[in-house]
Design a binder for this molecule. Structure first.
Ligand SMILES: NC(=O)c1ccc[n+]([C@@H]2O[C@H](COP(=O)([O-])OP(=O)(O)OC[C@H]3O[C@@H](n4cnc5c(N)ncnc54)[C@H](OP(=O)(O)O)[C@@H]3O)[C@@H](O)[C@H]2O)c1
Length: 250
């Protein structure tokens, strides 16, 4: 397929890496020029062009801009009725995208995260997008949701990533302070969680089942979990997710 990216930032670069090597013809925005040139240097199927040419050259256009830039940029681009558009942008609702990308009508919202570069990531989508399915359906899990509000709630879900990784980093730093080996501590902590996540995927376990297995009374896991609950960390997480609601229109 001929695939274009408007805005060659962090997430566009990850998506390009995820698509590379599959026979697609990929055009990326000249902005950001460092990232765009690096991608074109790395993959023969990637070329760099101005935004209008990206749109003209592509059957599928991924919108990977910050919201304010999107509002200033998209309306002047040569979208066609036969384009499939996929926006990864928070803060630009579907109705506004329809107006900015007119006359295109096949417009969907999704939420990639950086693991899309290597595959195996989750891609919630609303409404269903044939283009997203064709491009990422084999390498990643496409998760259709039933409303724009549900998609926006998944944006809040995706924001769990940094806090939970930061929590693992804090635990791993603590471990390293005891052992004197930061690298081994990080490998251990990451490996422990990778093991649980693999167990979920391979044995169909859910969070409740994993927690049950870790709930031995008086055990270290139970002690630390109770401490976290009693000191308000779970409530703080929920409060933080609630605080995202107004921005996400929830
Ligand atoms: N990062 C994530 O994990 C993630 C996940 C899900 C969704 N998103 C969404 O993806 C969007 C982009 O996020 P990001 O993290 O990739 O941000 P980013 O790295 O800042 O990428 C935005 C890119 O847009 C470029 N740009 C600015 N003005 C432009 C113009 N007129 N034409 C074309 N490109 C222009 C910027 O280029 P310059 O550097 O040259 O200014 C920058 O490289 C956001 O709406 C965000 O909500 C991000």
């Amino acid at each position: 397929m001929r695939v274009g990216f408007i805005g060659t930032g962090e997430i566009a670069a990850a998506m390009v890496r995820g698509l590379a090597g599959q026979g697609h013809q990929i055009t990326v925005s000249a902005r950001n020029s460092g990232k765009a040139r690096a991608l074109a240097g790395e993959y023969t199927e990637v070329s760099v062009a101005e935004n209008a040419e990206v749109v003209t050259n592509s059957e599928v256009v991924f919108l990977c801009l910050m919201a304010d830039v999107a509002r200033a940029t998209l309306a002047g681009l040569p979208f066609r009725a036969d384009h499939a558009i996929v926006s990864v942008m928070v803060d630009v609702p579907l109705a506004e995208l329809h107006s900015l990308c007119s006359p295109a009508i096949d417009i969907a919202l999704t939420i990639p995260l950086s693991p899309v570069a290597t595959g195996g990531s989750m891609l919630p989508v609303y409404p269903a997008s044939n283009a997203l399915q064709l491009l990422f359906g084999e390498s990643d899990t496409i998760l259709p949701v039933n409303s724009e509000a549900a998609l926006n709630a998944h944006f809040a879900g995706s924001a769990l990533s940094a806090p939970l990784i930061a929590l693992m980093q804090t635990g791993s730093t603590w471990l390293a302070q005891q052992t004197g080996d930061p690298q081994a501590a990080e490998t251990y902590v990451a490996g422990v969680f990778a093991g649980f996540l693999r167990q979920m995927a391979e044995q169909g376990a859910d969070f409740e089942a994993l927690l049950k297995g870790l709930a031995t009374e008086g055990g270290l896991n139970a002690s630390l979990k109770n401490h976290m609950a009693e000191t308000g960390s779970h409530a703080a997480l929920v409060k933080g997710m609630d605080a995202l609601k107004p921005r996400l229109g929830l």
